[in-house]
Design a protein around this ligand. Structure first.
Ligand SMILES: Nc1ncnc2c1ncn2[C@@H]1O[C@H](COP(=O)(O)OP(=O)(O)OP(=O)(O)O)[C@@H](O)[C@H]1O
Length: 343
């Protein structure tokens, strides 16, 4: 029997000033969860551009049809570009349903008016505001992107002020994510969305009917295998780094233990033997030690992330346990001193 899960619609409304990093975060989200999220397809009264297909980039509709839909209240929000009489809607109710029915989480990237309209629409959604660290940094990012004219930047900055004020109103947003360090902001976003993404995965699995679609199972197993291989590779890397650190530790002990009148040591570097003063030897070993400690903590962090991805895919609960970290140079020196009488 395929798993049974509630098909509760999942919708995320993402909003924030232009340049606050919505697209950057969404791109990362699609990379990590390639199938869990999707945008709804908007309706527009403009004509298709070359290469655009009806129902893929947009639902292309006539102005009277669009007005009919607007009058019947079929849109959650809409925007009118008055100059050329084009009406675009980022989300018709049906377009949202088309996404959620497939078990995917529907992402809506809307401005503050869109947020207001959707809040009033009784749609069951999570509202997330992406905030830049400051107005000045927002300006720098908009300029750095090099996609807008000076006039467009001025307009975006003016609107940013309004939307940042709006975000402070109580009851509008469920979460406000400060996008200062991208990784930290992304982590906050995925903390909010992970549970929803996992549920969406289960809904899709249930709807795909695993018995009727063996290719779905195969794809899932391949995904698990790739994630498990990443975990193994990272573990191997940590073992190798630890071996190198043990060798350095031995070398450090040997240098510290030798008689005080020994001034020169032979160091083996990449198959070459070099004569070095004891001071330089110690300095080199300490530097390598610090470097390897950094590499080990980075590898351990990556291992944790890879294990988490694997567990997420397998729907296992998060592991909680010891948080082992490498000894600092000072801690190692103290330990060496303590162990001195026994070595
Ligand atoms: N945390 C960050 N640190 C530094 N630069 C960032 C960060 N987040 C995003 N950026 C950069 O800021 C610029 C604007 O980001 P992005 O295009 O994702 O914003 P946006 O909110 O999607 O804007 P729009 O609504 O106009 O599409 C991009 O050049 C992006 O690389």
């Amino acid at each position: 029997m395929p798993p049974t899960v509630s098909a509760k619609p999942h919708v995320i409304v993402l909003s924030g000033p232009s340049g606050s990093g919505k697209s950057t975060l969404i791109t990362k989200l699609f990379e990590e969860y390639p199938t869990a999220f999707a945008f709804s397809i908007s309706h527009t009264t403009r004509s298709p551009r070359s290469g655009e297909q009806n129902g893929r980039e947009y639902h292309f509709v006539s102005r009277p049809d669009m007005e009919g839909m607007l009058n019947r209240g079929e849109f959650l929000e809409s925007t009118e570009f008055s100059g050329n009489l084009i009406v675009s809607s980022t989300c018709s109710k049906k377009a949202v349903e088309d996404v959620t029915r497939t078990g995917r989480i529907c992402l809506l990237d809307v401005d503050k008016q869109g947020v207001k309209n959707i809040r009033n629409s009784h749609l069951d959604a999570v509202f997330v505001f992406i905030s830049p660290p400051s107005y000045e940094i927002l300006e720098q990012r908009l300029r750095g992107r090099q996609t807008d004219t000076e006039a467009a930047i001025e307009k975006r900055l003016k609107e940013a002020k309004e939307s940042m004020e709006f975000s402070k109103e109580p009851g509008v947003y469920d979460h406000i994510i400060l996008n200062d360090q991208l990784d930290v902001a992304y982590q906050s976003l995925t903390d909010i969305l992970r549970e929803m993404a996992n549920q969406a995965e289960q809904i899709r699995l249930a709807q795909a009917g695993v018995h009727d679609h063996p290719e779905f199972v195969l794809k899932y197993l391949e995904e698990i295998e790739t994630l498990a291989e990443n975990v193994l590779a990272e573990r191997r890397e940590i073992i190798e780094l630890n071996k190198r650190r043990d060798k350095l530790r031995e070398a450090s002990r040997a240098v510290h233990k030798q008689a005080s009148n020994v001034k020169t040591n032979w160091m083996c570097l990449n198959n070459n033997f070099l004569a070095m003063s004891t001071r330089d030897c110690k300095r080199l070993i300490d530097r390598d030690f610090d470097q390897i400690n950094v590499e080990i903590s980075q590898a351990e962090k990556k291992l944790k992330e890879n294990v988490k991805k694997l567990y997420d895919a397998e729907k296992k609960p998060e592991i909680r346990g010891f948080n082992l970290k490498s000894l600092s140079r000072e801690e190692r020196q103290e330990l060496d001193q303590l162990l001195e009488p026994y070595t």
